[in-house]
Design a protein around this ligand. Structure first.
Ligand SMILES: *[C@@H]1O[C@H](CO)[C@@H](O)[C@H](O)[C@H]1NC(C)=O
Ligand SMILES: *[C@@H]1O[C@H](CO)[C@@H](O)[C@H](O)[C@H]1NC(C)=O
Ligand SMILES: *[C@@H]1O[C@H](CO)[C@@H](O)[C@H](O)[C@H]1NC(C)=O
Ligand SMILES: *[C@@H]1O[C@H](CO)[C@@H](O)[C@H](O)[C@H]1NC(C)=O
Length: 384
């Protein structure tokens, strides 16, 4: 082995220098000092390169040195399971969807995981019914997380005590019936998937209200065998009539589904939605404006990819009884005791394959003017 030689050589050099005058000894000290300096500088530059990704000139060494002490890399498991501390990021949609598509291959979590429900608010901006939601969430901090997608120009003004404080995700304009609406929903899902403790994902709007208390809703969702996505085969012009044969071979007409966009999916289905690269381009190209892609893309995608996991119904009740192209919007005068009673009454559906009278957990559409009356009735009629 060649290596053995080097220490020997060094020893000879040292012993020789020991024999000689003090001047070379000084030289040795200088050399050692120089080596220590080199070592320190290289350590520092390795740190800098890791931190910034580039070799920067040491112009402002002191401010850069400070985070070195504070932001020690945390190599415990926490590093992988702690949710992002800040929802604002600079990832593009493409980068975000890729990042969100990660799935652990070991199915059992090596830590006590309490599954959370991610409430994803798809809004224009303000949340006029926020005080009602605040009351609904109160006392359940460890069981939910909130994500808000609003117009990019909207600047939220929630107090730091609010559950909605700093819960905005980087957003873009979303238009009803267009792919940009599906993009917004995928963006919400992807951001929520970054928190590994989120297991259920619910899409709601600013005009939505919960019609049971949190405990009840949490139980209903976590104990369900199925996810709740409205998905039905509508033979009429607004269903199959919107199917375009150019979607073959990915989608044939018997797989074409329609449903409202207000869904609840589990982590598995959320991952299918954010990772889809097969169906997305087909819908983008062949589901044109009159097709209302936001009513078809998710229901059709999930019917093809995971039909056995779908309840094929939505958890969000809307009132179509007034006729017309849009469901009814309730105003302050609609909110009476009789109305509140009716929210729970006369329902019939299947829950875990058994008949149930609890079919909807949310209702819409409620105008901002309903807030005060809803706050008055919530305790007696909604249980929170
Ligand atoms: C690293 O994670 C552990 C485990 O939760 C935590 O106690 C600790 O404060 C973290 N350290 C840093 C430097 O963030
Ligand atoms: C939630 O509502 C259910 C019934 O709807 C009720 O039995 C329960 O006591 C309520 N829980 C709380 C914490 O109010
Ligand atoms: C549509 O595709 C499914 C699955 O590939 C197949 O079972 C079914 O027969 C097809 N239906 C039509 C009408 O082509
Ligand atoms: C939902 O529909 C799919 C087919 O579209 C079906 O395979 C599945 O069994 C349905 N779910 C329930 C709970 O009936």
């Amino acid at each position: 082995m060649e290596e053995g030689k080097d220490p020997a050589t060094i020893t000879t050099v040292i012993s020789r220098s020991n024999q000689s005058r003090p001047l070379p000894q000084r030289l040795m000290q200088l050399l050692a000092l120089f080596l220590v300096l080199c070592f320190t500088i290289s350590l520092f530059s390795i740190y800098m390169m890791r931190k910034t990704g580039v070799v920067t000139t040491v112009t402002s060494a002191i401010p850069i040195l400070q985070p070195c002490i504070q932001e020690q890399e945390n190599n415990s498991l926490d590093r992988w399971i702690a949710p992002p501390s800040n929802l604002i990021h600079t990832m593009s949609d493409k980068e975000l969807l890729w990042r969100a598509s990660f799935v652990p291959q070991v199915k059992k979590y090596p830590f006590a995981r309490v599954p959370k429900i991610a409430f994803m608010f798809l809004t224009k901006g303000p949340l006029p019914l926020a005080p009602l939601w605040e009351r609904f969430f109160k006392g359940h901090k460890s069981l939910f997380s909130i994500y808000i997608h609003s117009l990019p120009s909207y600047e939220p003004r929630f107090p730091s005590t609010s559950v909605f404080y700093n819960r905005q995700i980087p957003s873009q304009i979303a238009e009803w019936g267009r792919m940009s609406m599906c993009d917004a929903e995928r963006r919400l899902l992807a951001n929520a998937l970054l928190d590994i403790s989120n297991e259920y994902f619910i899409l709601v709007s600013e005009s939505c209200i919960p019609i049971y208390n949190f405990t009840m809703i949490y139980r209903y969702i976590t104990r369900s065998k199925y996810s709740f996505m409205g998905a039905f085969d509508d033979p009429g012009p607004f269903g199959r009539g919107r199917y375009n044969p150019n979607m073959l071979p990915e989608v044939n007409i018997s797989q074409w589904r329609k449903g409202s966009q207000w869904f609840e999916v589990n982590r598995k289905l959320a991952t299918i939605i954010v990772s889809d690269v097969t169906f997305y381009p087909k819908f983008l190209e062949f589901c044109r404006p009159a097709c209302y892609v936001d009513e078809h893309y998710f229901p059709t995608l999930l019917t093809i990819q995971a039909p056995k996991l779908l309840a094929n119904r939505s958890l969000t009740w809307v009132d179509w009884s007034r006729g017309g192209p849009h469901p009814a919007t309730f105003g302050a005068t609609d909110i009476t005791e009789a109305f509140m009673m009716k929210l729970h009454e006369g329902r019939k559906c299947l829950y875990n394959d058994r008949p149930s009278s609890v079919c909807y957990l949310f209702a819409r559409k409620f105008a901002p003017s309903t807030l005060q009356r809803l706050l008055v009735f919530a305790a007696d009629f909604l249980g929170y």
